[in-house]
Design a protein around this ligand. Structure first.
Ligand SMILES: Nc1ncnc2c1ncn2[C@@H]1O[C@H](COP(=O)(O)OP(=O)(O)OP(=O)(O)O)[C@@H](O)[C@H]1O
Length: 290
């Protein structure tokens, strides 16, 4: 079997309680075991404070685990980063405002010894036409695309993205994911943390759901949705059956009657969603009882 792209073993990170709070230490990541194969596209989903960013930071060697281990392509994250095998688009980390887009990419490409990659990554990130623009004149979404271009400079085997489409409009978000999809099809491994359930749903083969530092679900995205979000049949009713207050109940009754001979019972108009799975799996025990 080939070396996994990522292997986490009982990965744990504990932070001291904030100064003055006298509380117990915070277990941001709690004994996480996770293996990711080359070429997988994995979404990390979870509510605020679930431990996604801390996990990503350890994956990139930015933070050392308190205990347990993480390897990237069989070596420590730092070695993998130094070898250009993994790179990231992070929420934090500034760009230089007085550089143009092209100058920024050129500088990073020089650091990596890959000046040949400048035009290619500008194109991949959809920045060809913006290459001459100053960074400070770029919108938030355009700056995010620039960070993405920088991450592609070393031609990494693994790209780690923390909330990559923050600040992008719908069109830019779609273009971004089209690019990522093409890269994944070409064999790049992609791990991304997101708050957008729809992005995990549309893009990730596999969803890892985190809550309170632990993995609460880890399965193909379609299975997570089906197992916890319920299955549903959706359809578009004819316009005459749709009233301002909703679907005409008499019309729905007719549908039920006609479907009954087919063995369909308990027809319900509801949409199964990853959101339902997300809420079911990440609720605290107290919330779940409500
Ligand atoms: N440097 C730190 N010092 C103390 N506690 C921290 C530190 N970094 C993170 N934490 C705590 O660890 C827990 C996990 O945080 P983390 O940022 O990993 O969550 P997250 O899932 O990425 O959240 P978000 O979706 O809000 O970005 C939180 O309770 C957070 O307050």
């Amino acid at each position: 079997m080939s070396t996994p792209a990522v292997r986490m073993n009982a990965l744990t990170k504990t932070f001291a309680a904030p100064v003055g709070s006298h509380g117990p230490p915070v277990k941001a990541v709690d004994a996480v075991d996770l293996t990711i194969r080359p070429g997988e596209v994995v979404a990390f989903l979870g509510p605020n404070g679930a431990g996604k960013t801390t996990t990503v930071d350890m994956l990139l060697g930015l933070t050392e685990p308190t205990s347990g281990s993480v390897e990237v392509y069989g070596v420590s994250p730092r070695r993998a980063v130094a070898a250009g095998r993994v790179s990231a688009v992070l929420q934090t980390g500034g760009l230089l405002p007085d550089f143009t887009v092209r100058e920024t990419v050129r500088a990073v490409a020089a650091l990596h010894g890959r000046p040949d990659r400048v035009d290619h990554v500008l194109e991949r990130a959809g920045l060809g036409e913006l290459a001459g623009r100053l960074v400070q004149a770029c919108s938030g979404g355009e700056q995010q695309r620039l960070k993405f271009a920088l991450a592609l400079v070393p031609d990494p085997d693994l790209v780690v993205l923390d909330e990559p489409t923050t600040g992008m409009d719908v069109g830019a978000r779609r273009d971004f994911w089209d690019t990522m999809r093409a890269d994944a099809a070409a064999g790049r491994t992609i791990v991304f943390a997101t708050h957008y359930l729809a992005e995990a749903d549309e893009f990730a083969d596999r969803t890892v759901l985190m809550a309170r530092g632990r993995i609460v679900a880890d399965a193909p995205t379609v299975e997570v949705r089906a197992a916890y979000g319920g299955r549903s049949v959706t359809f578009r009713p004819p316009p005459e059956a749709v009233h301002p207050e909703g679907v005409d109940p008499a019309w729905l009754e007719q549908v039920r009657d006609r479907l009954a001979p087919l063995g369909v019972t308990d027809l319900d108009v509801s949409s199964a969603s990853l959101e339902a799975a997300f809420l079911a799996l990440t609720a605290t025990p107290e919330e779940a009882l409500r």
